[in-house]
Design a binder for this molecule. Structure first.
Ligand code: FAD
Length: 405
């Protein structure tokens, strides 16, 4: 830690644009480290909240869980939109014309739901904010038809919730399988099988040609009846502010492993940031833990500490009573080894041609895979190449495969 440098920055003005997970965690970390002038600006007027519970509501209520209610020592400006940054004088401009100066700036502007193309004239909902969740769940009534477009994590979580509310659910997926970006085929097939058992209809290779007030029309002429249509086809990084001021961007705001943009006074973290990861190359990984970890790391870097962001991607998803977890980056070209867990469920290990473990994902009831995924993460971090037999054998404790230190 560069104490001398850090102490000189504690009195500087640290400004954060975006009060989601990454921005809020950064603000708290700056305050807790002793930074005296921290401003957190967010477009949403409410207190910053966790997004994962929006697709995992408890009972019939939408769960809006605040990230924190303790903003002591932080100047919060919620319900305000930052429209421009003048880098030459280090000043940002709000949409109402007001200005604010900064010494160090963090762009934590997140992402927005990708809209369904050519659906401007129909009511197609998306799920990103608590207002979106309120609009969707207000339509959830037993016996009505819900069509979800996209068999990714959020689409399938929503399918499970809507089934639980008695809706007749169809999931339309353009690709050949579910959750293809993040999970190996064997695992996604297991999860799809469970959805079908629950009565969800999942159509792969679905090519939507139109949406109407009552249906989604496919290119084979089928009209899938819909009282409610939700598009869950991914998210788009909010990088236009960064682009407008000439920062290097491309599927997100480009940052190095110190989370610094092409302007050394400006940092970026969370869903909007495309990080140069020292081991994985440039990645923009939308997950709760990445947003938390990057927010804290960016705060550290803004204070002048040595930072090298090298955390592996990790996420979880809950569908029915199943808990799914993944660590590392899925690559469909890798060899996959399946291990049946001792209670129930599976874990899938992905190894490279040298046998090095690169990614692991699993599904089981509740938190059944959590421990093994955590151990897998340690194996991945240490670049261990366990034997295929040991990986496949449930009687071999993954801990025993860790190198002795
Ligand atoms: P965001 O949460 O998008 O926050 C960015 C904020 O910046 C927004 O409030 C936005 O309004 C504001 N903003 C943008 N531009 C401006 C501007 N110019 N001026 C002012 N404010 C601005 N991850 C998991 O690992 N597991 C899960 O189970 C899981 N479930 C999820 C379920 C849902 C429904 C969603 C939407 C996401 C889920 N995620 C999950 C992903 C995880 O929640 C996100 O990766 C994380 O919240 C991203 O945080 P962020 O701070 O980068 O961005």
């Amino acid at each position: 830690m560069d104490i001398a440098n850090m102490n000189t920055r504690l009195g500087d003005r640290h400004v954060i644009v975006g009060a989601g997970e990454a921005g809020t965690r950064a603000a708290l970390a700056l305050r807790d480290a002793g930074a005296q002038r921290v401003t957190l600006i967010g477009a949403e007027a409410c207190l910053p909240y966790e997004r994962p519970p929006l697709s995992k509501p408890e009972g019939n209520e939408i769960t809006v869980r605040a990230i924190t209610t303790d903003f002591a020592g932080i100047d919060t400006q919620f319900g305000r939109w930052v429209s421009f940054v003048d880098r030459s004088v280090r000043q940002l401009q709000f949409s109402d014309g007001e200005h604010l100066s900064y010494d160090w700036l963090l762009l934590a502007t997140g992402a927005r739901a990708r809209p369904l193309p050519r659906a401007e004239n129909t009511r197609v909902l998306t799920l990103r904010t608590c207002d979106d969740a309120a609009a969707i769940y207000a339509e959830a009534r037993a016996g009505r038809c819900c069509v979800i477009i996209g068999a990714g994590l959020i689409g399938l979580e929503l399918a499970a919730v809507m089934r639980g509310r008695g809706m007749l659910v169809t999931v339309l997926e353009a690709g050949a399988r579910a959750m293809s970006r993040v999970l190996p085929q064997d695992l996604s097939d297991e999860i799809v099988a469970r959805h079908r058992l629950e009565g969800v209809r999942i159509v792969f290779g679905a090519n939507i040609v139109a949406t109407t007030a009552q249906a989604v029309v496919l290119d084979d002429g089928e009209e899938v009846v819909a009282d409610l249509i939700v598009a869950a086809i991914g998210a788009v990084p909010n990088s236009s502010l960064a682009e407008d001021i000439g920062l290097t961007c491309g599927n997100g705001i480009h940052v190095d492993d110190k989370l610094q943009t092409s302007d050394p006074r400006i940092f970026s973290a969370g869903d909007c940031a495309a990080v140069e990861h020292p081991l994985l190359g440039r990645i923009r990984f939308e997950s709760w833990r990445s947003a938390c970890d990057q927010g804290v790391a960016a705060a550290d870097a803004m204070l002048g500490n040595q930072v090298k962001f090298a955390t592996y991607p990790w996420f979880w998803s809950d569908q029915y009573d199943l808990g799914i977890q993944m660590v590392g980056l899925h690559d469909p070209s890798r060899q996959t080894i399946r291990r049946q867990l001792q209670g129930d469920g599976w874990i899938f290990f992905e190894i490279d041609p040298d046998g090095v473990l690169c990614a692991a994902s699993g599904v089981a009831r509740g938190h059944g895979v959590a421990k093994d995924i955590r151990l897998s993460e340690l194996l991945i971090e240490r670049r261990v190449a366990p034997s295929r037999e040991a990986l496949a054998d449930p009687s071999v404790n993954l801990k025993s495969l860790l190198p002795r230190s």
